[in-house]
Design a protein. Structure first.
Length: 269
């Protein structure tokens, strides 16, 4: 599968589905009960809305494309040649604490490579959409990465994970600060990558991410003219964690100098 006739119906479907999922996430956010969440692990939040949004997305995909596999943050799954990747609420800690910086992520992959990607910010009503080879839009308007060429003018978002040691995170911070960059952390890797795609942020880095957090945003960065790291890039990668890099092209080599294990830049296509 990799023809226009296979992709185009899924692109139209995804454009509708992401809007439904965003509306359901917004409803959950506006009606949430303060302090109503569970912890899957240290700093790993889960809310009712995570489960409700993923269930709704899974049901819609299964009804329209029953032959496709599904991999979701909450419900798991086994990737196959044609696979949908779901993160129902990326930035759940923000969501649970009433901070309006979170998103819904849905991506369609063929053989582990993203072909379609949608990221919706329910509160601000921002919808990012990418199709491989067709560019990326925000609310139907084309977007592109920043032209920043000097690290002393760069704003870099550095994601954090329990899967990395504190020292590795601090070393990465030190590497960026020594190059003169300003560092941010927003708590949603999906939005962090979307912001690189539209030039709000110059680069995004994280030592260890799950595929459902990053694969959609990395396609967006590529389609917006940016550079990304080599992971994830295969079917087995979808079930693993790995280092993520996305950057405006003029500073990508500098950003890649951060001391992450197995970090490398993908050759521009």
């Amino acid at each position: 599968m990799n023809t226009f006739n296979d992709i185009e119906p899924r692109a139209n479907f995804l454009n509708t589905l992401i809007k439904k999922a965003s509306a359901r996430a917004l409803e959950g956010y506006l009606n949430r009960e303060a302090g109503s969440y569970d912890l899957k692990g240290p700093q790993d939040f889960l809310t009712e809305t995570d489960l409700a949004v993923e269930t709704m997305i899974r049901d819609e995909i299964s009804r329209h494309f029953p032959e496709d596999a599904i991999l979701g943050e909450e419900g798991g799954g086994t990737p196959e040649s044609a696979t949908w990747i779901i993160d129902p609420i990326d930035g759940t800690a923000n969501f649970a604490r009433g901070i309006p910086h979170f998103c819904v992520i849905i991506c369609f992959c063929i053989d582990g490579k993203a072909q379609l990607a949608a990221i919706a910010q329910p509160v601000s009503q921002e919808l990012y959409f990418a199709q491989r080879g067709r560019g990326v839009t925000k609310n139907n308007q084309p977007i592109s990465v920043a032209t920043t060429s000097d690290m002393t003018q760069a704003h870099v978002e550095l994601g954090w994970s329990q899967r990395a040691t504190t020292q590795a995170y601090l070393t990465a911070q030190d590497d960026l600060l020594k190059q003169g960059a300003s560092i941010r952390r927003g708590g949603s890797g999906g939005l962090g990558l979307a912001w690189v795609a539209e030039g709000r942020t110059d680069a995004y880095l994280e030592i260890s991410m799950n595929s459902w957090d990053c694969i959609a945003g990395m396609l967006m960065v590529e389609e917006a003219g940016g550079q990304v790291g080599t992971w994830p890039n295969s079917l087995p990668d979808l079930l693993e964690t790995g280092p993520v890099l996305a950057s405006a092209p003029a500073i990508a080599t500098c950003v890649c100098q951060v001391n992450f294990p197995n970090l490398a830049l993908k050759e521009p296509s």
